[in-house]
Design a protein around this ligand. Structure first.
Ligand code: URA
Length: 275
C-alpha cells in the first residue's frame, strides 16, 4: 500500500474511533475505562466499508413494506398512558436517588408516543442528551432515527417511544453501575407498564442485561426473542456500536432484528375485517 493511502486509512480509522467515543458520550479522551467494544482493535477492512456500502446500499431500504402503523387506540381500562407517564416523571422529581444526579444537566425521561406499540430502551444519556433532556439526539440517535424511519418505514415520534435504563448521564459516559441501574429501573418498569407496548427492543448489552437480569452476550443473543414481564422483547446492537463497527453484516443484522420486531407488531395488529 502506498504511504499516503496508509496515512489516509489511519486517519480515517482514527476519526471513526473518535466519533465512536463522541457517540458513546465521551467529552474527553479517557486513558482507561474505555468500553470493551471500543477497546477492541479496529477491523482491518472497516475503512472501506461505508464507501463500498454506499454503492450497493444493501440495507438502507425498508425491511418491510413501509406505511404508517395503525394509530394505537388505548385499550379499554389500559388507562391514559400519557397521564401515567406524567405521574412517573413527577415521582422522579429532581431526583437524587443515585450519584448520577451530581453530574447531570437534565433528567432524560423519554420521548415519543405514550401509546406506541414499539418501545426502544437504550443505555443512558450521552452529552447531547444530557444537554437537551431528550433521548437519542446525538449521532447514535440519528442512526436510531434512520433505522426506525428508513429501515422500518415508521415514524419515530408517532410509532415509537424511546427511553433508557438510567435517566442521568454517567460521568465520562462510562457504563451505568449496578446501584445506579437499581435506583432507576423501577421507573423504567413503570414507564413500560404505562405504555404497555407490544414489542420492546433492547439496544445493546446494558439494556438487554438490565431487562433480562443476567449478563447478556449481545453478539450471540441479538435477533432472539425474549420476554419482559409478559411483553415481547427483541435484542439488538446499540446504534453507537453499529456506527463504530459499520459493517454490512452488522447493519444487515440490525435490520433483520427490526424486521422481526415489525412482523411481531404486524401480526398483532387488530384485524380490520370487513363490515
Ligand atoms: N445512547 C443511549 O443509550 N441513550 C441515549 O439516549 C443516547 C445515546
Amino acid at each position: 500500500m502506498e504511504k499516503t493511502t496508509e496515512w489516509a486509512t489511519a486517519l480515517w480509522e482514527l476519526k471513526n474511533y473518535l466519533l465512536f467515543l463522541k457517540d458513546s458520550g465521551y467529552s474527553e479522551i479517557p486513558a482507561e475505562n474505555i468500553p470493551v467494544e471500543a477497546a477492541e482493535p479496529l477491523p482491518r477492512k472497516a475503512a472501506k466499508e461505508p464507501f463500498e456500502a454506499k454503492k450497493t446500499k444493501p440495507v438502507e431500504t425498508p425491511v418491510s413494506a413501509p406505511g404508517p402503523m395503525k394509530e394505537r387506540v388505548p385499550e379499554p381500562g389500559a388507562g391514559n398512558a400519557a397521564k401515567l407517564l406524567e405521574e412517573i416523571r413527577r415521582e422522579i422529581g429532581d431526583c437524587t436517588r443515585c450519584k448520577l444526579s451530581q453530574g447531570r444537566t437534565n433528567i432524560v425521561f423519554g420521548s415519543g408516543n405514550p401509546n406506541a406499540r414499539l418501545v426502544f430502551v437504550g443505555e443512558g444519556p450521552g452529552a447531547d442528551e444530557d444537554a437537551q433532556g431528550l433521548p437519542f439526539v446525538g449521532r447514535a440517535g440519528k442512526k436510531l432515527t434512520e433505522i426506525i424511519e428508513k429501515g422500518m418505514g415508521l415514524s419515530r415520534e408517532r410509532d415509537t417511544y424511546i427511553c433508557n435504563i438510567v435517566k442521568c448521564r454517567p460521568p465520562g459516559n462510562r457504563d451505568p453501575e449496578p446501584d445506579e441501574i437499581a435506583a432507576c429501573k423501577p421507573f423504567l418498569i413503570k414507564q413500560l407498564q404505562a405504555i404497555n407496548p407490544k414489542v420492546v427492543v433492547a439496544l445493546g448489552k446494558p439494556a438487554a442485561s438490565t431487562l433480562l437480569e443476567r449478563p447478556v452476550p449481545i453478539t450471540r443473543e441479538r435477533g432472539t426473542w425474549h420476554e419482559f414481564k409478559g411483553t415481547k422483547l427483541m435484542l439488538t446492537f446499540h446504534p453507537a456500536y453499529l456506527l463504530r463497527f459499520y459493517t454490512v453484516e452488522n447493519r444487515r443484522n440490525v435490520l433483520e432484528d427490526m424486521k422481526k420486531a415489525l412482523s411481531a407488531l404486524r401480526d398483532d395488529e387488530p384485524d380490520q375485517g370487513s363490515h
